[in-house]
Design a protein around this ligand. Sequence first.
Ligand SMILES: [Zn+2]
Ligand SMILES: [Zn+2]
Length: 266
Amino acid sequence: MIDSHCHLAGEEFENDLDEVVARARDRGVTAALCILAAGNEAESTRAAAVRQAWPDVRFATGIHPHQAGDFGADPDAGVRVVREAVAQHGACAIGEIGLDYHYDFSPRDVQQAVFRAQIALAAELRLPVVIHTREATEDTFRILQDAGGHVRGVFHCFTGDETMARAAFDLDFHVSFAGILTFPRSEGIRAAARIAPAGRILAETDAPYLAPVPHRGRRNEPAYVVEVAARLAEIRGVSADELALQVTQNFMQLFGEGGSRSNPTA
Ligand SMILES: [Zn+2]
Ligand SMILES: [Zn+2]
């Protein structure tokens, strides 16, 4: 099993990183994709500790829509920061990037400009993208469609319905299910999980946020991807082992050998 999206370099894990990693490994979570906010010095420093604690972790880096405002006047400056962060961390993907109209922490036109600029960078570097989209489905798809099929990637923490999932698959994108899948009211997300082609699904925690049932309300961590995967397997009517194998294959197919492993000598 692989946790396809977590923020292990967040300050929430600073004090017990080794225990968090040990619990994940004990439950068969062999690797994770750790998201780094490009240009965040503190997180970048903690990434070194993550790399040491868990050599099989891979990294993705980008400018989150919440931070897009920092680069509002100059999306090219944002691209330079992401380009440097990709090189520094040997990132295998650009992300998380996208649009968030729920919080609107950055003006929408700025979010769109910074998102577009990073998609162009991903196309240039031939890296997949990790998409964060909230209450911005139409604009997100329009911008991805404008890229003309030159980028691949994943809709992380998928909270859409069947229709949105089909639109993602039409674009050759993956969808990644998180703890919200286990919440009582998430029937629409479960419907999407039911119809998704086996080759297009991933599982994630988005730790430290959004812990799945039965850990809901506590700090989330990569070990809990097992609960997400168990629910996903149940919904799809396959065994937990089969599901784990499938998402591991899908992860490798999407993030593959792009970027370097966190431990280049391994
Ligand atoms: Zn996100
Ligand atoms: Zn995230």
